[in-house]
Design a protein around this ligand. Structure first.
Ligand SMILES: [Zn+2]
Ligand SMILES: [Zn+2]
Ligand SMILES: [Zn+2]
Ligand SMILES: [Zn+2]
Length: 175
């Protein structure tokens, strides 16, 4: 009876081994946290295919049964610690064994991951709000009333150009 036990089922990031892994690389089969995805993608030696964990789980193909190669395993037998298909459950085999539906196991894990997300949001959200109030969105709105300076028309009363020249031909005085 340990309620905190289920929290240990959370898939942790394979790189930092600390954060909850919400992403999954289909190529490397690695669980990754959001922060480490970029780090992982920067490794150019592979063409990585990173999907969200939810996407990965929904597309999850369970392994084929060893006894029935054409059947997918759907159950996990805790007593035998193996994956089995529905055809394996016979009165001879896995009788009174503890069988778990694989999908349910993964769904439970998703539930745990989702709970962790909510916890994360609770932690992060106040910080977002803080940032919003600190941001200088509201400036002095009265400053809109700028008086536009009109280009002052200086009424130049300068006299019209074109100086008159007096050609005073003093042609006279010839004796
Ligand atoms: Zn990480
Ligand atoms: Zn990868
Ligand atoms: Zn089988
Ligand atoms: Zn069994």
């Amino acid at each position: 009876m340990d309620p905190s036990h289920s929290a240990q089922d959370v898939v942790r990031c394979a790189l930092c081994r600390d954060a909850v892994a919400l992403m999954y690389c289909n190529v490397c089969h690695m669980h990754l946290c959001d922060d480490c995805v970029a780090k992982h993608l920067s490794d150019k030696s592979q063409v990585h295919t990173v999907v969200s964990l939810t996407q990965y789980l929904s597309s999850l193909q369970f392994p084929k049964c060893s006894d029935h190669p054409d059947k997918q395993c759907k159950l996990y037998c805790e007593n035998c610690d193996c994956l089995i298909c529905l055809h394996c459950v016979t009165p001879e085999k896995h009788k009174h064994h503890d069988l778990f539906n694989l999908k349910e196991i993964y769904q439970n894990k998703q539930e745990v991951i989702r709970n962790d997300l909510e916890e994360l949001e609770k932690l992060i959200y106040p910080k977002y709000q803080e940032a919003a109030t600190n941001s200088p969105v509201k400036r002095a709105d009265g400053s809109q009333h700028w008086q536009k300076l009109r280009s002052a028309r200086k009424t130049r009363r300068s006299p019209p150009s074109g100086s008159r020249r007096h050609h005073s031909n003093t042609t006279g005085g010839n004796r």
